[in-house]
Design a binder for this molecule. Structure first.
Ligand code: SAM
Ligand code: SF4
Ligand code: SF4
Length: 367
């Protein structure tokens, strides 16, 4: 018998094979978890690799040159990703976000977008398809992404000051190239563009106002995200979190803001509008105002593990089912079973004890 060697990357996080109930009913599009939350959003991670080393996400001390990323054979193929997405859409998912690592590094991503664009919800509507990117390849790819059927993009940008930004991405990448990517996305019609800034006290909180000033009146929606204790490698500390309330106060002192209604119930970003009509900003208060009660997101990692919470300590190995001899109905039943059991609410119960748990990295599961 030959011994099977499991690559380190595969064994990095605990996983278990999903249970397949044998009396499953067909998907109704109306799944609900133990807390009455629907399954509405799906985040698909398409790579665990990235060309940035953002200090809060992939610090070089952990993700150095000897770090072993997943081998190509471990990644879900576009066919596998589309099959998973189709099963989730039948269960009620209406919005799919592609993420990573850096999703635009996945070769031929446009083909995947085209395949996902063919999916239809139980009411016959196309799926809302979007992507989060560091924009390094956006200037080059915006047109082809739009042509493939991508509707919008979210761009991550943590500072408008070039020196601060280069320090944060830790690969000396200039702000000007990200701004060129945003311009190209706008020209290609990938709008409205959201720009996400993770705020870390003492690192880039001095950039809150300059970022607001830069994007006011641009038509793009700047959103400030509280620094979260995802993963185990970013050295998170509560005193580095700048509460969203402070962010809004700081901007309001220069440019008065008023709160506005959410676009839809359960929207995670709180929206604020400039009184002088120059657009809006959003805040995502994952730490100071957790939104677990309305969390309708499932996440699937690059190699096909389902996570029912960003802070989950264990994934469910859907790839084994995809690559085994399992019918759609069986995989669909396994997904329904897992969602029905879901009870996660990490941000509501965050404590010193939970902060010490071994969690998945953000670059692995993708925000
Ligand atoms: N590479 C792409 C990008 O940066 O847009 C997509 C993947 S990245 C993991 C997705 C989002 O997670 C980014 O907006 C990033 O800023 C955010 N993120 C990563 N680590 C975070 C943390 N510790 N707290 C809050 N947001 C974080
Ligand atoms: Fe890469 Fe995005 Fe993580 Fe930065 S936040 S290291 S761009 S995956
Ligand atoms: Fe959702 Fe988990 Fe985040 Fe709560 S902590 S909002 S359940 S992902």
């Amino acid at each position: 018998m030959t011994e099977r060697i499991i690559p380190i990357a595969e064994a990095r996080y605990p996983t278990r094979a999903p249970f397949i109930p044998d009396n499953a009913r067909p998907a109704s599009g109306l799944l609900s978890d133990r807390r009455g939350r629907r399954l509405h959003d799906l985040r698909l991670s398409v790579t665990d690799r990235c060309n940035f080393r953002c200090t809060y996400c992939m610090p070089k001390s952990v993700f150095g040159t000897d770090y072993q990323f997943l081998p190509q054979s471990s990644l879900l193929s576009f066919e596998e990703l589309t099959r998973i997405a189709r099963l989730f859409v039948a269960h009620g998912v209406e919005k799919i976000r592609l993420t990573g690592g850096e999703p635009l590094l996945r070769r031929g991503i446009e083909n995947l977008i085209e395949m996902l664009g063919q999916l239809r919800t139980p009411t016959g509507a196309p799926v809302d398809l979007t992507l989060t990117t560091n924009a390094t390849l956006l200037a080059r790819k915006a047109k082809s992404l739009r042509a493939a059927g991508l509707e919008r993009v979210t761009v991550s940008l943590d500072a408008i000051d070039d020196a601060v930004f280069r320090r944060m991405n830790d690969v000396d990448f200039p702000v000007s190239d990200v701004l060129a990517g945003i311009d190209a996305a706008a020209a290609a019609g990938l709008t409205p563009i959201k720009v996400n800034m993770v705020v870390r006290r003492g690192v880039n909180d001095s950039e809150i106002l300059p970022m607001a000033r830069h994007f006011r009146g641009s038509g793009h929606i700047l959103r400030f995200i509280e620094f979260m204790d995802v993963g185990a490698s970013n050295g998170w500390r509560m005193d580095e979190v700048v509460p969203s309330g402070d962010v809004i106060r700081r901007i309001s002192e220069a440019f008065p803001l008023v709160p506005i209604d959410p676009n839809y119930s359960g929207e995670v970003a709180e929206r604020w509008q400039y009184v002088d009509g120059e657009g809006e900003v959003g805040v995502i208060s994952s730490v100071t105002r957790p939104f677990c009660a309305e969390c309708t997101r499932a996440r699937v990692s690059t190699e096909g593990r389902l996570y029912t919470c960003l802070f989950a300590t264990e994934g469910h190995d859907l790839r084994t089912l995809l690559r085994g001899n399992y019918a759609d109905e069986q995989i669909s039943a396994a997904i329904a079973h897992l969602w029905n059991l879901r009870d996660d609410r990490y941000s509501e119960i965050r404590s010193d004890e939970t902060a010490g748990l071994r969690r998945i990295e953000m670059s692995y599961i993708g925000g």
